[in-house]
Design a protein around this ligand. Structure first.
Ligand SMILES: Nc1ncnc2c1ncn2[C@@H]1O[C@H](COP(=O)(O)OP(=O)(O)OP(=O)(O)O)[C@@H](O)[C@H]1O
Length: 265
């Protein structure tokens, strides 16, 4: 039963999935992310917007420690998911990336069959006990990515043989198959035509029922269409963060206003 004595900010905190405090990122001497503090909600789509080079992708990659794979990159500060510090020694980055899935700008299916693209993650993480369970998981993931109907009769053909939009949905199925809690998407529609873009956007709307989706986009129309929260980055700073409709209709910072009205960026 709802507890009326509970202060509202506690309710908000309960919705927080990802919490970043004092995050700094350096590539050698380049200071790419400057003291970012943000709480990202569960079961919500959050867009990162801002001019080219402002640090959107860099900050996105902090959330599943993908920056660890870049030699010259150094990350400082704290990021917690469900309260757990993702940099704690007990955290295995490979396990973290199963929990925090990622979809990239260019569809990048493995040079394997459609089935194996989706089955790969569950197999290496030992998520199923037998072939029947794996089959079921593959089907569920492909259905979840809106691709099952188009590929169910050719699961053993190469993933690379699909159209660009289908390949991107296959990559989403691959990410969804490990039952993530967060899905990071770095400009997932920039290589897609308008029809495939609309399909992926519909998909994102459905995915937010299950987990938190964080998307980097250059399209303000897309951010306005699909996200409930928007973060505006500028020169490595998180300038403004809030409800998407407020950011787009009543921004508080001049830099945000200049960007959304097309005066900069
Ligand atoms: N691998 C890297 N090595 C060195 N510098 C990098 C690397 N990746 C990003 N940077 C630098 O970090 C800064 C932020 O880049 P980032 O790609 O995060 O910005 P972005 O907002 O996602 O840009 P875009 O919208 O163009 O993709 C830029 O100055 C960029 O040159």
């Amino acid at each position: 039963m709802y507890d009326v004595t509970k202060p509202e900010h506690d309710v908000d905190q309960a919705d927080t999935k990802i919490s970043a405090r004092g995050v700094q990122v350096y590539y050698g001497d380049t200071h790419a992310i400057k003291d970012v503090n943000v709480d990202i909600a569960d079961k919500t789509v959050t867009s990162f917007i801002g001019p080219s080079g402002c640090g959107k992708s860099t900050f996105l990659r902090c959330i599943n420690r993908m920056n660890d794979t870049i030699d010259i990159c150094r990350v400082e500060g704290e990021i917690r998911i469900d309260g757990q510090d993702i940099h704690a020694p007990s955290v295995d980055p490979v396990q973290l990336r199963a929990k925090v899935g990622m979809v990239f700008q260019k569809p990048n299916p493995f040079p394997k069959s459609i089935y194996d693209n989706v089955a790969y993650g569950p197999k290496i993480h030992g998520m199923t006990r037998n072939k029947a369970e794996l089959d079921e998981l593959v089907e569920t993931a492909l259905r979840g990515a809106g691709l099952w109907g188009e590929v169910k009769d050719r699961l053993d053909t190469p993933g690379t043989g699909l159209s660009g939009g289908q390949q991107q949905r296959l990559c989403i199925a691959r990410a969804v198959a490990t039952q993530p809690e967060v899905l990071l998407m770095d400009e997932p529609c920039s290589a897609l035509d308008p029809i495939a873009t609309a399909q992926v956007e519909d998909l994102i709307d459905g995915l937010k029922q299950q987990f938190s989706v964080v998307i980097v986009t250059h399209s303000m129309q897309q951010a306005a269409r699909i996200s409930q929260k928007t973060a505006f980055f500028h020169l490595g700073n998180l300038v403004e963060y809030g409800d998407t409709d407020v950011i787009f209709t009543n921004p508080q910072d001049e830099r945000t206003e200049n960007y959304i009205t097309g005066r900069t960026g």
